[in-house]
Design a binder for this molecule. Structure first.
Ligand SMILES: Nc1ncnc2c1ncn2[C@@H]1O[C@H](COP(=O)(O)OP(=O)(O)OP(=O)(O)O)[C@@H](O)[C@H]1O
Length: 283
């Protein structure tokens, strides 16, 4: 059964009096990964925020439906949304520092999530927080537990945020440009970590990125968005090897220089057929 099902979702901006997301549909099964790519302002983040029930003021889901873990989210009360966030769906965004309280030790912030969401006692929450810091592959988790956000690097902070995001054992994690601000090596480590979590825990992921290479590495299915519309949608292999839309071709051409090929799926019979020729005269 699908964990998440979006059908023709439309997000409306009441102030600008316009639709900012036009008609997004996809399904996500447990343990699967869907990627959303597209240029800045194409509606990727608002689509995710609609799934999380945290659209900015004046924005509403004005059409279509979002079903999360068997519930029609249109029927959820604010209280029910609060219960679902963290324990069913969770998210990490770019700029992890801004999501942490600078004056509280990072371990205590994770422990707080465990206490509130899992109803754990203080000692148990602390034990679990250290376990989570270990699960996101931070060395010396006892030491990191005691540190303040400013003492950690960007990559470490993003791991801390991921630890907090998975603290209440969600079934779905949304990673919205979660690796964008990180340097390439750290980015690869975080992507590796997400893949590992998916494999170990059956976590489903929505990965938002303007970087097709990120999406190529992680995703089963890909949605390409432009100006609030899904211009192309399909398996990662189809999108990468056989893009139908000019805009997708342009994205692929842009990313070819960053070595997209090394992310292409292993053992795909179309490995030899990457239409580089075609790509060359795009853009
Ligand atoms: N809080 C907001 N107030 C006003 N307009 C907004 C707000 N959030 C998003 N928008 C507008 O809605 C549209 C879609 O934005 P969205 O953030 O979903 O795009 P995005 O694809 O995630 O872009 P980016 O990669 O820059 O985050 C854009 O035109 C954007 O300017």
């Amino acid at each position: 059964m699908a964990l998440l099902r979006l059908r023709n979702v439309r997000v409306h901006d009441a102030v600008g009096d316009r639709d900012v997301v036009h008609s997004v549909s996809f399904e996500l099964a447990p343990g699967r990964v869907v990627g959303i790519v597209g240029e800045s302002g194409s509606g990727k983040t608002l689509t995710c925020r609609a799934v999380l029930g945290i659209l900015p003021e004046h924005f509403t889901v004005a059409g279509g439906s979002i079903e999360l873990a068997g519930r029609d989210t249109a029927t959820l009360t604010p209280r029910e949304w609060t219960d679902l966030r963290g324990s069913v769906v969770s998210a990490v965004f770019q700029d992890p520092a801004s999501y942490l309280n600078p004056s509280i030790r990072v371990g205590a912030q994770i422990a707080e999530v465990v206490r509130v969401k899992k109803g754990a006692g203080r000692r148990e929450a602390r034990r679990r927080a250290i376990e989570l810091l270990e699960a996101v592959r931070l060395r010396d988790p006892d030491v990191v537990y005691q540190q303040y956000p400013h003492e950690l690097s960007g990559g470490m902070l993003q791991r801390v945020l991921i630890a907090a995001a998975i603290a209440a054992d969600p079934q779905l994690l949304i990673a919205d440009e979660a690796t964008t601000a990180l340097d390439v090596t750290v980015q690869a480590e975080i992507l590796d970590l997400l893949t590992d979590l998916r494999e170990r825990t059956g976590l489903a992921l929505i990965v938002v990125s303007h970087d097709l290479a990120v999406v190529a590495q992680l995703c089963d299915e890909v949605l390409v968005m432009r100006a609030g519309e899904v211009v192309e949608q399909g398996t990662a292999a189809d999108i990468l090897y056989d893009p139908q839309h000019d805009y997708t071709r342009l994205l692929i051409a842009e990313h070819r220089q960053y070595g997209l090929n090394r992310f292409l799926l292993e053992d795909d019979p179309r490995d030899e057929l990457v239409p580089l020729k075609e790509l060359n005269h795009v853009g």
